[in-house]
Structure formats: structure tokens, C-alpha cells
Design a protein around this ligand. Structure first.
Ligand code: FAD
Length: 462
């Protein structure tokens, strides 16, 4: 406790941001993250305002040998934004986005959310491929790879990263890109928070919207297997502009669904077409014939609205546990497993989704960036979600069982951004062919493993 008081005073004297200590409202706000299963108590949380603040915190953590957590958007399922004891650098006050429409570039501070970035870029009809929930942090999503509705057309988020400003474990501020510290720049594009604290990301932008054809079509659970079979054939031929994901869950009380369907198990096709809507309407027409259409809500809407469409189902504060697989092909037996899992949902909020990748996301070589899963044509996430701690065991058991049952059909590997807290042995699976090179870059930039509150890549032996 004594060190905490001394540390608080010293840090506060050197940073512009607020140093939050236990027992204060700002501390409680800063330690609340998306997944309510995570309940960690850092010794101090510094809400940094500038890159210099971040440098100061790094020097401080090193000097006193404190565990160091980095909080971007706080959405990591494993809770890696926070540590127990030690110091947390909270970037949530650093959310500025500057767009240069002429050169199609955006410079984004390390605590910005997807919503911040989309709002700024869409003011110019531009976008970076990001994820599907607007409150997610740009930092964590990008550093792990990042995919969403635009990835088939414009690649993973990391494929659009042009440069970064990084505070290293030594407290240096480096500007990195393909010509400056290329090894570090390579490692950042998928290697998570292992290599430094990114205070600024520079992204290349693409023309998108600002309105896109998007929405949902809903079919009964009894037809899940046949809908998925048709979906497989359709997805195999879809152009890169078109992303269709399958979601299996209980129907939310959406106004376009009859009341009799609310709360019933359904399979939903979520659709986004990032091209001329007239062509999009033509392309998605066959989806309506995939089964008994219980309802649909598809139309031309602002891209920013579609990027927030799932936010109400993904609010912070619930208990969450995830398991995920990548697939190169979708096998019939997998569909049977998914239908069974839908039959056995252990809570009203649990769901499974199958997201479509491929296209531009699959173009680079596996070794081109630290993110290696270029063979993944589909990503499945088993999303366990519930409210009460008493349901933890039941819901986690369901997610693990679905994961085990579907493993024989998966292509191997793990998406680092979907790894839960109890699966730290998945790190080598997450990096596959790139692990050894990442460990060497780690040795160069963080030999003492200062940045270890993450899916940790250990420095290679000298
Ligand atoms: C509701 C929801 C929807 C999602 N949808 C998608 C999706 O569509 N596509 C997708 O690809 N992923 C998705 N994800 C996963 C998401 O990419 C990860 O949860 C990611 O870790 C979130 O980043 P964050 O900054 O919010 O998290 P945080 O918990 O703040 O950080 C995650 C990790 O990154 C480190 N970190 C954070 N900021 C920095 C920084 N500036 N510099 C260095 N290291 C840093 C942290 O220490 C931690 O290890 C989703 C997650 C949620 C909860």
C-alpha cells in the first residue's frame, strides 16, 4: 500500500492523464471491461492522454518491476486489458482519429473504438475493414488480425495497416512501417500486444458506401442443416464484395419478426454487400429461397448503422466464454453438430456464428504478416453468454462440448483475438508457422517480457 501512495504521487506529477487508485469511481470505471467474468484489481490505472504519458508509465513499470497491462477498448474475451496488482496503461482517453481523404489515410490513436474510426472515415465515404461491434477497440482488434464485413473485399484489418507509432519496452518511441523496423512492423500485424504499446495506427482507406445493402434473413432452426448446405454452395461462389454470415441463436424480439418467432431457435443469414446496391439485390435474391423465410430486414442503410446493428446483442456487462475454430471447407457433419448445439443452447443469449472469410483476406502468404490464417475460409465462434455466475459451469460446458464436437472438421489454428482465458496453450496454434520468428522479434524488442499480459509470445532463447 505504501508504494501505491508514493507511486500515485510520482506518476501523477509526471503524466497529463489521471492516475486512478482503488476505491475511487474513476478506478472502478477503468477496471470495468466488456466481459463481466473478468474481475481483476490492478494496483494503479493510468488514463494516459499522450504518448509521453505512456513512455512515463513504461519507465515506471520497469523501474519498479511491476506487471504491466494495456487497455485499448477493453473487449478482450480473456480480459488481457487488465492485470491483478501492477500497473494498467488505459488508452481509452486517446481516441482521436484524423482522416486525410486525399491520400486515403487515417491516423488513429491507440484507444479509439471501431465506432470512432468508422464515424471519421465514413464522413468521407471511406472505411477500413474492421469488426462487427462498434465498441470494440481498434488496437486489440488490429494487433490480432481483425476481420469483418469488408474483409473479403479489402483484407484483414492488419493488411490495411501502413504504419504505427510504438512505445517499446525500453521506453523508446519508434515510427515503424515496411522500411523502418520492418521486423517489428511485421510482428505487430497479428502478434498482439507483445511487442510494444501502439499509440498511433496509420491505415489505408477504401471507398465504401456511405450506404450499403445489408440486413438479416431469418429461417427456422428445423431447417438449419439445409440452410447451411445452401449457404456453403452460395458462399463458395459469392463475389468478394458480398459477405454472408450464418448465426444460430434464439430469435431476438425484432420488430420485423412475428411475435410467435421471438425467443424461438432460428438460423439467421446476416448480409453485407459493399458494392452497387442494385447488383447486391440481384446477388442476394437466391438467399430468400434457402428455406421458410420467417422474416427479413434487408435494405440500403448507412454503413455506420450496419456496423452498429449487432451492438444491442453485444453490450458490456454479461458473462461471456468463447471457443472458436477456423475451417477451410464446411462439412455436412459439421452442420449436424451446429444444429445439435442450437437445440441445446444453455441460455437465451448464447449463439454460434459462422463468418465468411476468403477473398482478399486469404490472398497474402501465411508468412506475410504475423497473422497466419490465410487458409481460413470460415471462422466459427461459439459464443457462450449469460448473466448469473451460477450458470458459469453449465454455459462453459456447452461451449467446450461444441468446440470438441466440431474440432474434427476444423483446419487447425486459433484466432488470437478469440482465445479465452483458460486456453493459453493455444498461443503456438495461433501463430503456427510464424511463432519462431515472432519469438525472435520478441527477444529483440522485449527481451525481459515486460509485455506479458496478453496471449504471450516468449522471447526466443539467445
Ligand atoms: C462483442 C465483440 C465483438 C467482436 N467482434 C470481432 C470481429 O468482428 N472481428 C474481429 O476480428 N474481432 C472481434 N472481436 C474480438 C476483438 O478483436 C478482441 O476482443 C480484441 O482483443 C479487442 O481489442 P480491444 O482493444 O477492445 O481489447 P483490450 O482488451 O483493450 O486489449 C486486447 C489486447 O490488446 C492489447 N492492447 C490493447 N491496446 C493496445 C495498444 N494500443 N498497444 C498494444 N497492445 C494493446 C491488450 O493488452 C490486450 O492484450 C470482438 C470482440 C467482442 C467482445
Amino acid at each position: 500500500m505504501e508504494w501505491q501512495v508514493a507511486a500515485h504521487g510520482r506518476l501523477q506529477a509526471h503524466v497529463q492523464g489521471e492516475v486512478c487508485e482503488p476505491g475511487t469511481q474513476s478506478y472502478e470505471a477503468a477496471r470495468a471491461i466488456w466481459n463481466a467474468m473478468i474481475d481483476r484489481h490492478p494496483a494503479l490505472i493510468v488514463r494516459c492522454r499522450t504518448t509521453e504519458d505512456v513512455v512515463e508509465c513504461v519507465h515506471f513499470a520497469r523501474e519498479f518491476d511491476h506487471l504491466l497491462g494495456i487497455r485499448g477498448g477493453g473487449h478482450n474475451i480473456a480480459g488481457n486489458a487488465l492485470c491483478d496488482g501492477g500497473l494498467v496503461i488505459d488508452l481509452s482517453q486517446m481516441r482521436t482519429v484524423q482522416v486525410d481523404p486525399e491520400h486515403r489515410r487515417a491516423v488513429v490513436e491507440g484507444g479509439a473504438t471501431l465506432g470512432d474510426l468508422d464515424a471519421a472515415t465514413q464522413a468521407h465515404g471511406l472505411a477500413v475493414p474492421l469488426g462487427i461491434n462498434s465498441t470494440t477497440g481498434v488496437a486489440g482488434l488490429t494487433l490480432g488480425g481483425g476481420f469483418g464485413w469488408l474483409s473479403r473485399k479489402y483484407g484483414m484489418t492488419v493488411d490495411n495497416l501502413k504504419a504505427a507509432e510504438v512505445v517499446t519496452a525500453a521506453g523508446e518511441v519508434l515510427q515503424v512501417d515496411t522500411e523502418h523496423h520492418p521486423d517489428l512492423f511485421w510482428a505487430l500485424r497479428g502478434g498482439g500486444g507483445n511487442f510494444g504499446i501502439v499509440t498511433r495506427f496509420t491505415f489505408g482507406l477504401h471507398p465504401v458506401g456511405p450506404e450499403v445493402l445489408s440486413g438479416l434473413m431469418v429461417f427456422p432452426a428445423a431447417e438449419a442443416v439445409s440452410v447451411l448446405r445452401r449457404y456453403r454452395r452460395f458462399a463458395g461462389q459469392a463475389p468478394e464484395e458480398l459477405a454472408v454470415w450464418a448465426v444460430l441463436r434464439l430469435a431476438p424480439p425484432l420488430p420485423f419478426l412475428p411475435a410467435s418467432v421471438h425467443g424461438k431457435p432460428v438460423i439467421v443469414l446476416a448480409i453485407c454487400y459493399a458494392g452497387d446496391p442494385r447488383e447486391g439485390y440481384r446477388l442476394i435474391e437466391p438467399l430468400r429461397g434457402f428455406g421458410t423465410l420467417l422474416g427479413e430486414h434487408v435494405g440500403v442503410q448507412p454503413y455506420t448503422a450496419w456496423q452498429q446493428a449487432f451492438d444491442p446483442l453485444l453490450t458490456p456487462g454479461a458473462r461471456n466464454y468463447w471457443k472458436s475454430h477456423n475451417f477451410e471447407v464446411l462439412e455436412d457433419a459439421l452442420f449436424e453438430e451446429l444444429a445439435d448445439a442450437l437445440d441445446q443452447l444453455p441460455s437465451t443469449e448464447c449463439e454460434l456464428f459462422v463468418g465468411a472469410l476468403g477473398g482478399a483476406a486469404g490472398q497474402p502468404e501465411s508468412t506475410a504478416t504475423a497473422y497466419p490464417h490465410r487458409d481460413a475460409r470460415f471462422v466459427m465462434n461459439v459464443h457462450g453468454r449469460w448473466r448469473e455466475a451460477a450458470d458459469d459451469a453449465r454455459c462453459i460446458r456447452w461451449a467446450r462440448q461444441v468446440f470438441r464436437n466440431t474440432a474434427p472438421f476444423a483446419s487447425g489454428g486459433a484466432y488470437v483475438n478469440f482465445i479465452p482465458a483458460d486456453e493459453s496453450d493455444a498461443v503456438e496454434r495461433a501463430y503456427r508457422v510464424n511463432y519462431a520468428r515472432l519469438a525472435r522479434v520478441k527477444r529483440r524488442y522485449d527481451p525481459d517480457n515486460l509485455f506479458r499480459v496478453n496471449q504471450n509470445i516468449r522471447p526466443a532463447a539467445a
